[in-house]
Design a protein. Structure first.
Length: 323
């Protein structure tokens, strides 16, 4: 760590530079060096773009890494002292320096939250937003001046008012979606640790902001989707949207040879109620059926008949028992 610090800060002696070149042949050392070099360069970008309070940034980093420090051996205290001056290292914890900057309370102009029911909003620029249950949207200070920035937590459908001079930018769990005027759905899925974009109309620029891997960007058109995997840092684009990506809003659900386990996941998400299935060989049980604005009880009754199951209501779940 001391060697990496000196190389990156250009304070290494000639002997240390030679040692560094030899160490680069070791895969573990090279990965460590490349990661810290990216952090250093990104930190410089943040210093140039923002007025960063380094002491506050370091305080936040120490506070957020306390738990990790208890279970992970500290590599070098001097290395951490050096990292303090790369103020944007806090990004390593939050996933994105954009999110860290925008989530500062002093920069939030207004905030909207939904609880057990979805909420429909109309923003100052005319953009329509439908927040799914247990989601939130923060509108940043200066919204609709030079651009239109918001932060999403959870899931929402956007129908963005067109304005070619003021891009609409959504930060969500390490991703950034930028549009001029279109409609799409964004879903931060805690179960799969992904952020999923499905585009209904228009063209969307979708990218992630992760310091440990190179930034990626995809142009996603109507009828296409793109998923950001938070574990691997990869964007995976598809030429089709996910089936039922709007069913949480419309309650129009279509299953086409869909496995019964996936059926239960979709119903749980759409109705905010835990739906599970039990039985043997569940991977062999699929169903093809469509529902239009039907209550959950009716849907489960129909499915139970189709797959020869019975519905049992437990304290914390509705259970499909496949016989």
């Amino acid at each position: 760590m001391e060697l990496i610090k000196k190389i990156i800060t250009q304070s290494a002696t000639e002997a240390e530079q030679k040692q560094h070149q030899q160490m680069l042949a070791q895969e573990d050392y090279k990965k460590e060096f490349d990661a810290y070099q990216k952090i250093w360069h990104k930190s410089a970008c943040v210093f140039n773009e923002y007025n960063v309070n380094t002491n506050e940034a370091w305080y936040q980093l120490e506070r957020q890494t306390t738990k990790r420090a208890k279970s992970t051996q500290t590599t070098s205290s001097s290395m951490f002292k050096w990292m303090k001056y790369a103020a944007a290292i806090i990004v390593l914890v939050t996933g994105s320096y954009y999110l860290w900057q925008y989530q500062t309370s002093s920069m939030v102009m207004s905030a909207f939250h939904s609880s057990e029911v979805s909420k429909e909003l109309t923003l100052a620029d005319g953009t329509m937003v439908i927040l799914n249950r247990n989601s939130s949207l923060e509108v940043m200070d200066g919204f609709n001046n030079h651009d239109r920035r918001v932060i999403l937590k959870g899931e929402a459908f956007f129908e963005v008012a067109k304005n070619k001079d003021k891009p609409f930018i959504i930060a969500c769990d390490g991703t950034e979606t930028e549009v001029l005027g279109t409609s799409f759905n964004i879903y931060s899925n805690a179960l799969t640790n992904t952020v999923e974009l499905n585009v209904a109309t228009g063209l969307v620029s979708y990218k992630h902001k992760n310091l440990l891997v190179s930034d990626e960007e995809e142009s996603v058109a109507a009828g296409e989707s793109c998923i950001y995997d938070k574990e691997t840092g990869e964007l995976k684009k598809s030429n089709s949207t996910r089936a039922n990506y709007l069913s949480w809003q419309t309650k129009n659900i279509t299953f086409s040879n869909t496995n019964i386990t996936e059926v239960c996941h979709i119903l749980s998400h759409d109705f905010n109620q835990n739906v599970v299935c039990r039985g043997e060989n569940l991977n062999k049980v699929s169903i093809t059926v469509a529902f239009s604005n039907q209550p959950l009880a009716t849907i489960l009754d129909v499915i139970s008949i189709a797959v020869n199951a019975k519905v049992v209501e437990e304290e914390s779940a509705m259970v499909l028992i496949i016989e």
